[in-house]
Design a protein around this ligand. Structure first.
Ligand code: ATP
Ligand code: MG
Length: 837
């Protein structure tokens, strides 16, 4: 089972995996750890990642980037509309009203949803992980900005599903960083001690996120988060681009924004310049050749001027820092360290401002680019049963306060209640109690629109069904569980009807309130919704107070009542109620299934196109390779007439590749290659035969020499061989002589043969001869000596024989460890060299 984390960045993505040796950042097919968040659409296929980024100038209208911030947004959303004017590709409205991306794909105009485009990017990241890990990938943890609302988070979850991923957790980017920091720290304070408080700052391409986190041994707790989604690397790029657009208008009379290609090139150069300015404070040039209308442009800028231009942006750095300190009620002295990550955190003036705010040197112990992906992989390892990781509990926060509103039963109009205040621990569940006679609806919404970087406060409607009065006529008691899950998404996760079956004194055990356990936090919470009870039937109130308890309420009640007091006994039955949820901007399962299916088709199309391209490349490669070799290594192995004919054929094929053969089906290329190899293969084979032949003859020669030596030793009455049978040794002698005659004759014939003709003898035949000789001779010469009693007489030392370790001068029939046989002449098991010269 794979354990993978994906940092789904606005500009670039990283993939990390947990392996036996620890967390590893994986490289893609370009051997790069960073995969650009780009998708490019072509007439035959899609390109994703680095391949797409390389088309950003040549295929600018169909190469999309920067789509992360469109998740869950309407086309009419002001953010979408203002971003639209800066994009060189087109946005369009989906039938649902959501923002979509309009491109030419397979020579047709297509509108893709943002979920589909992110799904494509995730497909690429999944493939990267699969090829690095050499196994299928499904379980994963994916990062999202901590400021994403429910609808944006659900949209990323849908994208994961489209890519065939099973997202175990959507993890806030900064929370992933806190985990990557904390889990390795050995010196964290004990659980009962004052926690170590660390601030994490992530300045990415799209936005700025700040988190303050409390660490104790084995756990971390996010205390507060703050963000500015409009303070990232892209905003600095925008300022630079605006500046140079103005300058080039004045200097060269160029309207850069009228030419998408020029605009894309200017963005690229401005980003490079911005990065250079992080390392140099002197004047730096910006030169673009043939920028527009064949005009070369040039300009220069230095860090001081850049900081002046960006003063407004830089002034925004402090706000979120102040916000987290206020939210968490911390003083600067409480902060142990300030860790900074994200590409744009390298801008010196950002670092200075953060450092100045805290009056502290910034720590950069984490890898600024990879920390998010590594944290996600760690979280995946914690969640995966396949991996053993040190126990580490992560408590995140609810980013925005969430309230519920409903129509009150007592016709008092709308009631509402804040169920999760901002910075409430997450994941978390709470139980609410309602008294109702009929199905009722709860509307969840973000209660503080001002803190929301999203225009719509609605989360969704939850209709609690099948509610009817009790048999007694009293209102039904309905318990509703609301939760913010591991993905940071709110839901009404269950509802149940509590039927009072019997009320007697002292017979049945007291009903205790249901407790809800969050696996992650090991917290047991039961939240009593006071307002919902305020609208209940007054008769019921006493019942409800007895049964509904929160942690604090229990304490109060135990104070009210003597500990021994007998409580009324109530027997109840719980009936699960169906809930119909209609969430803001939710994709229907039909649409989602269609997207999943379409992604599968597009993956197949890309695969076929890749195979077609590979087949074409094979033809091209063969042409170039053969053309060189025909006048090089292969020259001697083909006669002049055939060489000329083949050269001509190669030249024709090369021309064909640029003309009719430019865009053909895979099979056409396969056939073309077959046509060429039919001519080239015999030449190549003759060349290979000539290369291998000497080695094969040498092998046979060595084999023969070895047997000849043994025969000689036998004839010289060497005690090592005197047990061999004479007739058999003579047979070996004859076989070796015959093989020698065969070899000499073949060698002679071959030496007199022109290399452009079929060889007289093939390597395979020589190898077969070697094997044949071995099979016939080896059993004879390697026959072991018969066993005999160990000698008692004195031994005299003798020198080594045939290079073997010192053998002893012993009677012929005495057992010797040696078997003079040879190893089979296979490539893996070569003849022992010690036995021959
Ligand atoms: P996000 O986190 O917003 O989704 P991301 O994760 O893709 O985006 P990063 O890779 O963290 O973003 O950062 C990319 C940004 O950092 C780009 O704007 C890039 O130009 C900027 N950047 C990278 N290196 C430097 C540098 N040396 N100086 C200034 N900016 C840099
Ligand atoms: Mg990032």
């Amino acid at each position: 089972m794979s354990v993978v984390g994906f940092d789904l960045g606005f500009q670039s993505c990283y993939v990390a995996a947990a392996r036996a040796g620890g967390i590893e950042t994986l490289t893609n097919d370009y051997s790069d750890r960073c995969t650009p968040s780009f998708v490019s659409f072509g007439s035959q296929n899609r390109s994703i990642g680095a391949a797409a980024k390389s088309q950003v100038v040549t295929n600018c209208k169909n190469t999309v980037q920067g789509f992360k911030q469109f998740h869950g947004r309407d086309f009419s959303d002001h953010y979408v509309q203002s971003a639209k004017s800066k994009l060189v590709y087109s946005l369009a409205q989906m039938p649902s009203g959501a923002a979509g991306i309009k491109v030419m794909y397979l020579e047709e105009e297509k509108v893709f949803s943002i979920e589909q485009v992110t799904g494509m990017l995730l497909t690429k990241l999944k493939q990267t992980a699969e090829s690095a890990l050499k196994k299928p990938v499904a379980d994963c943890v994916i990062s999202v900005p901590s400021y994403f609302t429910d609808v944006e988070r659900r949209s990323v979850m849908d994208a994961a599903q489209i890519a065939g991923l099973n997202c175990l957790r959507l993890m806030n980017e900064t929370s992933a960083v806190t985990l990557a920091y904390g889990i390795y720290k050995q010196d964290l304070p004990a659980p009962e001690e004052k926690p170590r408080v660390v601030v994490f700052v992530d300045v990415g391409h799209s936005g700025y996120q700040v988190t303050v986190c409390a660490f104790n041994k084995g756990k971390l707790k996010i205390l507060a988060t703050a963000c500015d989604p409009e303070l990232g690397g892209k905003d600095f790029d925008d300022i630079l681009v605006n500046h140079f657009c103005e300058e080039f208008k004045k200097k060269y009379k160029l309207d850069v924004r009228s030419k998408p290609r020029a605009l894309v090139r200017l963005y690229q150069e401005c980003e490079k310049l911005k990065k250079l300015m992080s390392a140099n404070s002197s004047d730096l040039p910006l030169n673009i050749e043939c920028f527009m209308n064949d005009i070369d442009v040039s300009a220069k800028l230095n860090r001081g001027q850049f900081e002046e231009m960006c003063a407004g942006l830089l002034a925004k750095v402090e706000g979120p820092l102040r916000s987290i300190m206020e939210q968490a009620k911390l003083k600067k002295e409480d902060i142990y360290a300030v860790e900074i990550v994200g590409g744009a955190s390298r801008i010196p003036s950002i670092k200075e401002r953060v450092s100045k705010f805290f009056g502290k040197e910034l720590s950069t112990t984490l890898n600024a680019d990879e920390a998010v992906a590594r944290g996600c992989a760690l979280q995946c390892a914690i969640l995966s049963p396949a991996f053993k990781v040190r126990e580490f509990s992560i408590t995140d926060v609810v980013p925005y306060s969430i309230s519920l509103k409903w129509n009150s039963a007592a016709e008092e109009g709308l009631s509402d209640c804040e169920v999760f205040p901002k910075n409430h621990a997450a994941p978390f569940s709470k139980m609410l109690t309602f008294f109702r006679n009929e199905p009722f609806s709860l509307e969840a919404y973000y209660s503080n629109p001002k803190e929301l970087p999203y225009p719509n406060t609605s989360i969704g409607q939850f209709l609690i069904q099948n509610v009817a009065p009790q048999a007694s006529g009293e209102s039904a008691k309905v318990k509703v569980k609301v939760r913010v899950n591991v993905h940071g998404v709110f839901s009404v996760s269950s509802a149940s009807l509590i039927e009072v079956v019997k009320t007697t004194e002292g017979e049945e055990p007291m009903e205790t309130d249901q407790t809800v356990k969050e696996e992650e936090n090991k917290m047991q919470v039961d939240h009593e919704d006071q307002k919902s009870q305020a609208v209940e039937n007054k008769d019921k109130k006493s019942d409800a107070e007895e049964m509904e308890t929160t942690a604090e309420d229990t304490k109060e009640k135990t104070n009210d009542q003597p500990p021994q007091a007998k409580k009324p006994k109530v027997k109840t039955k719980t009936v699960e109620l169906p809930i119909h949820s209609s969430l803001h901007r939710q994709l229907s399962s039909d649409v989602l299934n269609m997207f999943v299916e379409n992604e599968g088709k597009m993956i197949m199309q890309d695969k076929l196109e890749k195979e077609r391209n590979d087949a074409k490349n094979n033809v091209e490669e063969y042409v170039y390779d053969m053309r060189d070799k025909l006048h090089g290594a292969l020259e001697k192995f083909v006669n002049e007439a055939d060489r000329d004919a083949f050269s001509l054929k190669l030249e024709e094929t090369e021309n064909w590749l640029y003309e009719d053969g430019e865009d053909q089906k895979k099979q056409v290329y396969i056939n073309k290659l077959a046509e060429l190899t039919k001519l080239g293969q015999p030449i190549y084979e003759r060349y290979m035969e000539a290369e291998e032949r000497p080695k094969a003859f040498e092998e046979l020669g060595r084999q023969m020499q070895q047997y000849m030596k043994i025969i000689e030793a036998y004839k010289a009455k060497d005690e090592q061989y005197c047990h061999l049978d004479e007739l058999e040794v003579t047979r070996v002698d004859n076989l070796v002589n015959a093989a020698m005659v065969w070899m000499n004759s073949k060698m002679n014939q071959q030496n007199n043969q022109d290399l452009s003709l079929e060889p007289v003898v093939k390597v395979q035949e020589i190898q077969a001869k070697t094997k044949e000789l071995y099979s016939a001779c080896n059993p004879v010469v390697s026959k072991p000596k018969p066993k005999a009693e160990p000698p008692k007489e004195e031994k005299t030392e003798n020198g080594p024989v045939n290079g073997q370790e010192g053998t002893e001068n012993q009677p012929c029939n005495e057992e010797k460890a040696t078997t003079a046989g040879t190893e089979p002449p296979t490539a893996e098991n070569k003849l022992p060299e010690m036995d021959i010269d």
